[in-house]
Unconditional design. Structure first.
Length: 500
């Protein structure tokens, strides 16, 4: 049995030669064999192996065959760790009885599973490898180019494979991250969460559609120390970032109306990570530059949200207007012309994207391994109270109850309000549910109100471009909404903070 510890990065095919040149040029780098690997992944009709969180394949290379089963493992901050068992075989179909008996759950009828095995999908790729030393650690780097394919009823569906895997052969996990970060500085890469097997299951339509509940609060325990708290915040943020990225890339192909909100959620995730580094005094100039770079790439989010707000729920925002169809059609054209898939892919092609991901992983494992210190000597609840009070005082300063706010002023405060809510997302789980939710509800309503005000502004632009006059209607709608928001804000400012 081997326990793989590896870092997986995705890249675009046009970066292949750049990566080869870079890996060849690194100190203590030795290029190894280039092989063509054919892999058949086997399953039962009821996906029994997947239910056991196992993956089974037969790999062929150089006239040799090997069956491998991977059992339940973990992914933390992009680092994959999963036990695997390998057995040399002579046939194309795996023999489950050749694996150790103790790996199977009890009771399990392995003979019955064996009799139902069929090849569900294939992953065939060319693998070029290097052995690279980073200090005293040995890393095997594999560059894989090929495809995942599924053939059913004579029809074949496929997806490209462009992956870079760093497997720790000997030494420290930190060496994987150090080498990955060095690559990310020169080549546009990003953390890879989905394995080839996971992608194959999805292509074979044997996985549920990608989904991720909106994050309400991060799970924390009052008795944990700040080191564990930081690890929880970082690992949750990085994992959600990867999941949202995958959902966005899927929506780019099927549902562009979902893209603005998904990109908004991804941006919120990135901002939460930035907020976390700042709170723990870990935000340096390099991190700030990378965060700012990603923010700049995502500056389409507000416009996209406004357009989808107009279109959402069968255009309820404009449902009673006689010119609804004109407005709706023009809004869809505006959303399409925003070209969000191109903008998102442009961000992925910027080295700041992958470099920030790797930088966050480096901090996460540095904290876990004691190489990055949490130099804040206080209990978690005291720290959480302090962070929330500071955030609250900033909002009170920006939104004094004695001042009336205009639509423009509300929209200028959107970022500050978002950041304050992120603090509650990070630490809210530590407090009593009832008082916490009562306090947060009106502020969350204000966020939605600000989004609607932005939609009204965009609707004004669209109507003017069409030569449609809805100015009086818009003015009344805006005035009514601002009145309601002002009442909600003044009530919210009087509420007793739940952390006091």
């Amino acid at each position: 049995m081997n326990a793989e510890i590896e870092l997986k990065l995705f890249f675009q095919l046009e970066q292949q030669q750049t990566l080869v040149n870079l890996l060849d040029s690194l100190p203590n780098s030795e290029q190894k064999a280039c092989r063509k690997l054919t892999n058949g992944y086997f399953e039962t009709p009821d996906l029994q192996l997947r239910k056991w969180d196992m993956g089974l394949r037969v790999r062929g290379y150089d006239g040799h065959r090997e069956q491998t089963i991977k059992t339940a493992g973990s992914v933390i901050g992009g680092i994959h760790s999963r036990p695997e068992y390998n057995v040399d075989i002579e046939q194309d179909v795996p023999n489950l009885h050749l694996f150790p008996k103790e790996i199977w759950p009890q009771p399990a009828n392995i003979s019955a599973v064996q009799s139902q095995l069929t090849c569900l999908f294939d992953t065939d790729f060319d693998r070029r490898t290097w052995h690279i030393y980073v200090d005293e650690s040995l890393i095997e780097v594999a560059l894989d180019i090929g495809q995942v394919s599924v053939t059913r009823d004579g029809e074949t569906k496929s997806e490209p494979i462009c992956e870079l895997e760093f497997e720790l052969m000997a030494g420290k996990t930190a060496a994987l991250i150090e080498l990955g970060s060095k690559v990310a500085e020169s080549v546009a890469v990003r953390l890879g969460k989905a394995s080839k097997a996971q992608r194959g299951y999805r292509l074979a339509a044997q996985s549920s559609p990608l989904s991720l509940d909106v994050l309400k609060f991060i799970e924390l325990e009052t008795e944990q120390d700040l080191k564990l708290t930081l690890i929880s915040l970082l690992s949750s943020g990085i994992e959600r970032w990867q999941q949202l990225e995958a959902m966005i890339l899927e929506s780019c192909l099927h549902d562009i109306e979902q893209l603005p909100f998904l990109c908004y959620r991804l941006r919120a995730c990135v901002r939460l990570l930035r907020c976390t580094l700042e709170q723990f005094n870990l935000l340096n100039d390099q991190h700030i530059a990378r965060f700012d770079c990603i923010e700049a790439h995502l500056d389409f989010v507000e416009i996209g949200l406004s357009l989808t707000e107009i279109l959402s729920q069968n255009s309820q925002l404009i449902a009673k207007l006689s010119c609804k169809k004109q407005l709706e059609s023009q809004t869809r054209k505006a959303l399409a012309s925003l070209a969000i898939p191109c903008l998102f892919n442009k961000m992925l092609a910027d080295t700041c994207y992958g470099s920030l991901q790797l930088g966050l992983v480096e901090i996460l494992f540095g904290v876990r391994d004691g190489e990055v210190s949490v130099n804040i000597q206080t209990e978690l609840m005291v720290f959480a109270d302090r962070m929330q009070e500071a955030s609250w005082q900033k909002i009170v300063g920006l939104m004094p109850s004695e001042s009336d706010l205009t639509s423009k002023e509300y929209q200028s405060l959107a970022r500050a309000l978002d950041d304050s809510i992120f603090v509650g997302v990070a630490y809210g789980e530590l407090y009593a549910k009832e008082s916490r939710d009562v306090f947060r509800a009106p502020w969350q309503d204000l966020v939605l109100g600000i989004r609607t005000l932005a939609a009204y502004r965009k609707l004004r632009e669209i109507s003017l471009a069409l030569g449609v006059d809805i100015s009086d209607w818009l003015q009344n709608k805006e005035a009514s909404l601002i009145f309601a928001m002002e009442q909600s804000r003044r009530t919210a400012l009087k509420n007793q903070p739940y952390w006091r």
